[in-house]
Design a protein around this ligand. Structure first.
Ligand code: BTN
Length: 288
């Protein structure tokens, strides 16, 4: 169901044009808008492989096979959410690829924080959460990010950053499997939003953070990330391990975006020092 009409790509292009005299942020210099795609990430990956310029952004009104992290699907009904993917080619080592997911999360949290009346924060690595009030009070997911990189030797060849935002969904628009954990900007504000404006804010923020990262390195992104993340310190977590999962307590993130976890006393082979874990290894966070 479409609420509020399709994206206005001309208006989006205009909103992304930098003011005279300012360096253009490279993101959104080329926009591709589709009525329906399997997945904007799949489409952008194919474009990237065939040489599409950095900053190309693919947008779709709906995705029929939208993908989330860890083989999950991303429910992408026509006209209710935002489904977009940007192609980047940072001159960075392959190990830094996950940092661009954190960068996108910081950008999305900043943009959505300007629109929503409620606090916005991040669950590691890049779930964007809104603090809901009333009957479903608590942190609920409003946006998700799926970053996929192609690397060669030790460097990034290209990177696609897919962002899905719940914009105009009502409670009943979410599948039962996620309804208790999801929210939308509409639910938070009590009115529909102009998806073109939301897309412009997100892409502008993404462009600014990317430009800053190219100029000053990853320090500012990590600093901002630490400021908005919910579970980096002192959270009880369960981690995949061999022969068995293990438990521990979070203790910050590494320079390349891995989560540091101090295993509980008694885990064989460790002496209280933190272990750096990647997304697929985190099984659960207590209370999340
Ligand atoms: C997650 O939280 O699991 C990540 C969700 C990412 C969804 C977006 S929607 C646009 C892009 N295309 C996809 O197929 N996935 C991402």
């Amino acid at each position: 169901m479409m609420r509020g009409g399709p994206l206005d790509v001309d208006r989006l292009r205009e909103a992304l044009r930098p003011p005279p005299g300012e360096t253009p942020a490279c993101i959104g210099t080329r926009l591709e808008h589709h009525t329906s795609l399997l997945s904007t990430n799949d489409h952008a990956r194919a474009l990237a492989a065939s040489g599409a310029p950095e900053g190309t952004v693919v947008l779709a009104e709906e995705q029929t096979r939208g993908r989330g992290r860890g083989d999950r699907t991303w429910h992408s009904p026509a006209g209710l959410g935002l489904y977009l993917t940007a192609i980047l080619r940072p001159p960075s080592p392959a190990a830094e690829a996950p940092l661009f997911g954190l960068l996108a999360a910081v950008a999305a949290a900043e943009a959505l924080g300007r629109l929503a009346p409620a606090p916005v924060a991040l669950h590691w690595p890049n779930d964007v959460m809104l603090q809901a009030t009333g009957s479903g009070a608590g942190w609920r997911k409003v946006a998700g990010i799926l970053t996929e990189a192609r690397t060669s030797a030790d460097s990034i060849r290209d990177l696609v950053i897919g962002i899905g935002v719940n914009v105009n969904q009502e409670g009943q628009d979410f599948p039962p499997s996620i309804a208790a954990r999801a929210t939308s900007l509409r639910l938070a504000l009590g009115r529909s939003l102009d998806r073109t404006e939301v897309a412009a804010k997100i892409l502008k923020a993404l462009g600014s953070w990317y430009t800053l990262c190219l100029r000053e390195g990853t320090g500012p992104v990590l600093g901002a990330y630490r400021g908005v993340a919910l579970d980096l310190e002192g959270r009880r977590v369960r981690v995949a391990g061999s022969p068995e999962p293990w438990t521990g307590t979070t203790a910050g993130i590494t320079q390349d975006g891995a989560l540091r976890v101090i295993p509980d006393v008694g885990r064989p082979g460790t002496r209280g020092e933190a272990v750096a874990i990647r997304y697929g290894e985190l099984l659960s966070v207590e209370g999340a």
